[in-house]
Design a protein. Structure first.
Length: 148
């Protein structure tokens, strides 16, 4: 009987661990320094998200060139931009550089965001607010840098 309860508890906790859609992988990866701009951003989540009820965007972050390698400082700047961009009903900041989703499914664990052609050197913020298929929302952001 004790073994039964241990198995039941393990299964219950395994279900809780995946109750939300969290980012598990991306390309480009967080805080990477690139020599050439990517043509797209790929995001992988722990479970499928409802694309119609989710937000994805990539913004250029206007910061001085000499601060491009200061990951902590860039995170602070990106957090302020992400909060503004993801706020419900708020005015969206300027500088959006994505061209929308390439992923066309209704739900997906892997999402591809197209980037506008001709991105130059700079700091870019990838952000999302997703509704997972289990009806929970999560949000986040990360930064990548394209150096000259």
């Amino acid at each position: 009987m004790r073994a039964f309860w241990m198995i039941a508890a393990t299964l219950a906790l395994a279900g809780v661990a995946h109750a939300h859609a969290y980012l598990v992988n991306s390309s480009p990866v967080e805080n990477v320094l690139l020599r050439r701009p990517p043509g797209e951003v790929r995001l992988s989540f722990t479970e499928a998200v409802e694309l119609r009820f989710s937000q994805f965007a990539v913004y250029a972050l206007e910061v001085p060139n000499e601060r491009w390698r200061e990951a902590g400082w860039l995170q602070e700047q990106a957090k302020a931009l992400a909060e503004k961009a993801l706020s419900a009903g708020g005015v969206k900041p300027a500088g959006r550089v994505d061209a929308g989703l390439k992923t066309r499914a209704r739900t997906a664990e892997n999402v591809v965001i197209a980037l506008r052609p001709g991105l130059g050197p700079g700091v870019y913020v990838v952000l999302w607010r997703v509704l997972s298929v289990d009806s929970h929302t999560t949000q986040g952001f990360f930064v990548f840098v394209v150096e000259p």
